[in-house]
Every structure is written in structure tokens, then in C-alpha cells.
Design a protein around this ligand. Structure first.
Ligand SMILES: Cc1cc2nc3c(=O)[nH]c(=O)nc-3n(C[C@H](O)[C@H](O)[C@H](O)COP(=O)(O)OP(=O)(O)OC[C@H]3O[C@@H](n4cnc5c(N)ncnc54)[C@H](O)[C@@H]3O)c2cc1C
Length: 427
């Protein structure tokens, strides 16, 4: 019979949130096992900005210095309507250690976290998939499948991944940082409910020497929001909300708009389309557009889990919430969750049983995510706020790169505030 292995914490998923959870646990001297079903981590730089709060947490874990060197510092966020600048928010006024957002590819963040884990003696187990789990009073019994690439096929060679073995692992706690389709969430019976209509975005990354290279710019129009992030190495990313998802479904059926990231540019999202969108949706963008490096059409859902877990099994990151991209909320909420959850688990391990800190983790983090999912119910403009700000507050909240008290402080600059907490279901 195969030997059962054991660990204090099993982290499922080596995306940014799983890596951050593992690092935060290791820094608290907790024994951790981290598995990911893929052969390796993300190669594409999807999410591209760290909030000031995430940077502060990364600094506490000893991982910020390298990132700050690799990223593009963003000091202000400016809001436009057509060519007119309607409002601006100064991130450098935040009373924190690193008062700026940092634009950098998700893959760079993951590289740095992986290296930090390696230096701390943690080996990420790629090609390992959580297959099932069973919660007992003192442990969670899990089965981990080992996946490998198997080649075959004649006369046409092919390769696919299949289960080549499995092992049993007992963990005192399990963290599901296993993304949108989270098995940990599903096996825990946690619902993930729609909190709004999905939105379609066209995203372009291209060579460009933009004006105001430390400013994120957001355009709010009747067609939706668009945003520009200046990046390092003479690059820029712009994202345009493309209206209702019905249109997207039609286009996808025509096979013209599908997910694509890579050196080639998707035909529907080529340079001419970019120029057209910029002219219409970001007329303040004056810099010459260089080579388009990649483009993608991507549908972002708005979903939020009904709970973040209980007892010995918890979830964080995209496993718990997904939302549109401009404010970079999905990933950054996940990074904060990672650190708070790691602290609560470390405390519980020391006490020998799940502690109230885990309940606090759920209440605080779920509440913040709920407020971001429903900005129109959770934030308010004061009477002295500019009329444009009053009208567009939900769009401002969902695109400002900040959460928690940092978000409240930034909104205060626009004479807006957070309403007292209203707990309740998202549905
Ligand atoms: C095209 C695109 C653009 C995006 N742009 C933005 C943006 O601009 N701003 C923003 O904030 N976010 C953006 N996102 C979202 C961002 O990438 C996610 O919020 C972020 O990756 C979430 O991290 P995570 O660690 O929670 O989950 P993930 O990155 O999804 O990682 C989950 C990991 O779990 C692993 N896994 C899953 N199931 C199992 C299992 N059973 N066993 C073992 N391993 C498992 C997966 O292989 C994966 O590596 C974008 C996403 C896409 C696809």
C-alpha cells in the first residue's frame, strides 16, 4: 500500500495567489506543499499591475525590491471624457511605504515569488493535480494525481497529458488558490454567483513612447471604459470595453474574436482596429503607435463566491471572485487574501485548531470583494463632489487600482466616500 504523506498546509495552484500564500506561510515557519496541474507557471503577462497595498505586503515578505526595479511606477490616475481631463487621483499621497501602483507583467511577479520560495527551500510540484479531498476532524485527506506528457500517434505524432500515478497527502489545512474553475471550491460546496453581466474587452500591447509615462489614463464613455497603462521598455497596454456580451457571442461564433496571446496579432484586433478604437475611445492618446506585440479579445465575468470556506479548507483569488480588468482588482484582492489567510492559518496551527482569525479572514475579505462588485451600492459622492465624478462614480471605483482603506483614501481626494458596511448576499 502506498505510504500517506503529510503536510501542515496544502496550497492548490501556483498562480500568483497560491505562490503568495505559500511564501507568506513559509515566512511564518509553516510547513507547506504547493502543487499545480500545469507543467510550469504562466508564460503570459495577463494581469499587469500591483496595487500599492500588494507591494507593501510583498515588501514585508522580502519580495518587493526586485519587482519595483522591473516595473513601471504609476503615480497618478487621470479620468477623461473625450479629450477633456475630468478628474485625477494622486497615488503618491497614500500614507504607505510604497505609495504608487506598479505596472508589470504577471509572469514577472510569478518568477520573483517562485525564486523566493526556492530560496526558502520550497519546491513547487508542477504536474500534480488535486483530484479529491475529504475533510476529517484533524486533517484533510487528499489524493494528488501525477500528470505527464505522453507522446504517441502514427503516422501523425501527438502528445497529450495523462495521469501516470497518484499519491495520498494528509494536510491540516488546504488552500484552494486554484483559479476560476476551483475544484477546492466545488468540493466544498461553495457557490460562485454572478454579480453582474459579463463584459468583453479588447486588449492591445504595443510599442509606444507615451506622454505622461507614470500616469494611468481612463476614458469613461457611454460605450464603457477604456484604459491605458504605460509599461517599461517603451511599451503600452490599452484595453477597451466592447459592450454587451451578446455581441461577443456572435463574434465568437464567427471565429473572429477569441482569446489570443502571442507574437501574432489576432486579425480582428490588428493595428487598424487599434487606431480606430484609440481615435474613438481614447482621443487624448497622441503618441505614435508602434508595432502591436499582441492583442486579445477576452470576456470577463463578474462572479463572487458565497463563502471563502470553513474549518480546514479555504479559498482565495480567482477561486473566490472574478471581475473586469482595469482596476486590477481580481489579482490584487487575491494577494491580500493570501497574506491574511496565511496569518490566520499559522495562528490556528499554533493553537492546534481552527481559530477565529479564519472567520475574520472570511468576513473582511468577502466584504471588500462584495463592495467592489457592487460599487453603486457601496460608495457615494458627497454633495461637494464634481458633477462628472458624481455621475461616474461606479466606473471610477472599478478602475482605480486600489482596495480597502487605500481606495477609501483615494476616493476622498474626489470628495467621495465608502458607505458603512452592508453585509448581505451578492445575489
Ligand atoms: C487575458 C487575461 C487578461 C487579464 N487581465 C487582467 C488584468 O488586467 N488585471 C487583473 O487584475 N487581472 C487580469 N486577469 C486575471 C488575472 O490573470 C487573475 O486574476 C490571476 O491570475 C488570478 O490568480 P490566481 O492565482 O487566483 O489564479 P490563477 O492564476 O488562475 O492560478 C490558478 C492555478 O491553479 C492551478 N490549478 C487549477 N486546478 C488545479 C488542481 N485541481 N490541482 C492543481 N492545480 C490546479 C492552475 O493550473 C493555475 O496555475 C486577466 C486574465 C486573463 C486570462
Amino acid at each position: 500500500m502506498a505510504r500517506r504523506h503529510s503536510t501542515d498546509v496544502l496550497v492548490v495552484g501556483a498562480g500568483p495567489v497560491g505562490l503568495m500564500t505559500a511564501l507568506a506561510l513559509v515566512r511564518k515557519d509553516v510547513n507547506v506543499t504547493i502543487v499545480d496541474q500545469e507543467d510550469r507557471s504562466a508564460v503570459h503577462g495577463y494581469a499587469l499591475a500591483l496595487h500599492s497595498r500588494s507591494l507593501t505586503k510583498l515588501a514585508e515578505l522580502g519580495a518587493a525590491e526586485e519587482l519595483v526595479r522591473a516595473g513601471q511606477r504609476i503615480d497618478t490616475v487621470a479620468y477623461y471624457s473625450a479629450k477633456e481631463r475630468m478628474a485625477a487621483v494622486d497615488l503618491s499621497a497614500l500614507n504607505v511605504q510604497l505609495p504608487f501602483a506598479l505596472a508589470l507583467p504577471q509572469s514577472v511577479l510569478e518568477d520573483v515569488l517562485r525564486r523566493q520560495l526556492k530560496e526558502a527551500g520550497v519546491k513547487i510540484q508542477f504536474g500534480r493535480r488535486l483530484a479529491r479531498m475529504k475533510v476529517q476532524s484533524k486533517t484533510v485527506e487528499t489524493t494528488i494525481d501525477r500528470l505527464d506528457r505522453v507522446s504517441g500517434g502514427y503516422p501523425i505524432a501527438s502528445s497529450h497529458r495523462m495521469v501516470v500515478g497518484s499519491s495520498d497527502l494528509d494536510a491540516r489545512y488546504v488552500v484552494g488558490a486554484d483559479g476560476h474553475h476551483s475544484l477546492v471550491r466545488r468540493q466544498s460546496g461553495i457557490q460562485i454567483r454572478q454579480s453582474g453581466n459579463p463584459v468583453m474587452f479588447a486588449v492591445f500591447e504595443f510599442l509606444c513612447d507615451p506622454e505622461a509615462p507614470h500616469e494611468m489614463r481612463v476614458q469613461v464613455s457611454g460605450e464603457g471604459v477604456s484604459g491605458r497603462w504605460p509599461l517599461q521598455k517603451g511599451r503600452c497596454r490599452v484595453s477597451f470595453e466592447l459592450g454587451d456580451s451578446a455581441k461577443f457571442r456572435r463574434r465568437r461564433a464567427e471565429r473572429r474574436l477569441v482569446r489570443q496571446v502571442g507574437p501574432e496579432v489576432f486579425p480582428y484586433l490588428e493595428e487598424a482596429r487599434l487606431a480606430e478604437l484609440i481615435q474613438k475611445r481614447a482621443p487624448w492618446f497622441q503618441a505614435p503607435i508602434g508595432q502591436v506585440l499582441w492583442s486579445i479579445g477576452v470576456r470577463f465575468e463578474r462572479r463572487l463566491a458565497s463563502s471563502l470556506g470553513e474549518g480546514r479548507v479555504w479559498i482565495a483569488g480567482d477561486a473566490a471572485h472574478i471581475m473586469p480588468p482595469l482596476g486590477m482588482h481580481s489579482m490584487n484582492l487575491g494577494l491580500i487574501e493570501a497574506v491574511q489567510l496565511a496569518g490566520a492559518i499559522a495562528e490556528s496551527l499554533q493553537a492546534g485548531e481552527p481559530r477565529e482569525a479564519l472567520g475574520r479572514y472570511e468576513r473582511k475579505r468577502l466584504n471588500e470583494a462584495r463592495q467592489l462588485h457592487r460599487p453603486e451600492r457601496s460608495f457615494e459622492a458627497r454633495a461637494n463632489a464634481d458633477l462628472w465624478v458624481q455621475t461616474n462614480l461606479p466606473s471610477i471605483v472599478s478602475t482605480l487600482p486600489a482596495t480597502d482603506s487605500d481606495l477609501t483614501a483615494l476616493l476622498d481626494q474626489l470628495n467621495c466616500e465608502r458607505l458603512p458596511t452592508q453585509m448581505g448576499d451578492i445575489a
